[in-house]
Ligand binder design. Structure first.
Ligand code: SF4
Length: 243
């Protein structure tokens, strides 16, 4: 089995509960959504070549491997890195559920741990590979940032994903309304009230403008009425100048 990837690299995880840990990133191509603030539009379509970073955290030196790649090729390519955590990212990695299952079966006996970074909509595909995942980073897309309401899909996804260690990440921009946040909190806490919620201020891109600190603190307070552990964490790898 093979998959199409745009990048393989090692860096510091810049988002979520594992922020600061050293990870290998496997960036899969393809996505079923088109978010306004997307910072990986180059991964939307299959690519003829996958870029492989030769130096941790730096984007200066890359080699190119022809797509698609097998799990054995990936296992061999990541041997030069020192991370235990492998981040499956994209694009949307759940467009490749059978491959992820095979990858997990191949890598986990070698001591690797798998983090799935997902947009939180493809719950049936999640069921296919859930058993090999060690942690799930689930995006919850608010309508004003995603351009559509994914609440029903997010609820179905969270119902499946709650069987694993999981946190939810919400990208916050200046347009978000309290009402849509309150609605999202209802959806989340009906299924998993003890979850950790990360509010991630958007890194400005396109029409997406960063929220003010006042907005962020107000939203955190609002979320804390329903969820005990609510954290504000920006994309720290970008603050550190890492890829
Ligand atoms: S889900 Fe992620 S990869 Fe897909 S469009 Fe949105 S931000 Fe980009």
């Amino acid at each position: 089995m093979k998959a199409n990837l745009s990048e393989i690299m090692e860096s510091i995880q810049g988002e979520g509960l594992l922020a600061g840990s050293r990870q290998v990133f496997l960036r899969f191509t393809g996505c079923n959504l088109r978010c306004e603030y997307c910072d990986t539009p180059a991964s939307y379509e299959p690519l003829p070549w996958c870029q492989v970073a030769e130096e941790t955290g730096k984007g200066d030196l890359w080699s190119q491997i022809q797509n698609p790649l097998s799990v054995q090729q990936i296992g061999s390519l990541i041997k030069k890195y020192s991370s235990q955590w492998i981040s499956l990212t994209g694009g949307e990695p759940l467009l490749w559920p059978d491959f992820i299952k095979e990858l997990g079966d191949y890598l986990k006996p070698q001591g690797y741990l798998l983090l799935l970074e997902t947009n939180g909509t493809l719950f049936q595909q999640l069921e296919q590979c859930l058993s090999c995942l060690d942690m799930i980073s689930m995006d919850y897309k608010l309508p004003s940032t995603a351009g559509a309401d994914y609440a029903r899909l997010h609820a179905q996804f969270l119902s499946v994903a709650a069987a694993k260690p999981i946190y939810i990440k919400m990208v916050i921009d200046s347009q978000i309304k309290r009402a849509e946040l309150e609605s999202a909190l209802e959806t989340i806490t009906d299924i998993k009230p003890d979850i950790t919620l990360i509010l991630q201020p958007v890194t400005p891109r396109g029409n997406a403008a960063a929220p003010s600190m006042e907005q962020l603190l107000d939203f955190q307070q609002l979320c804390q009425r329903k969820i005990a552990d609510v954290r504000i964490i920006p994309q720290i790898h970008k603050l550190m100048g890492l890829i």
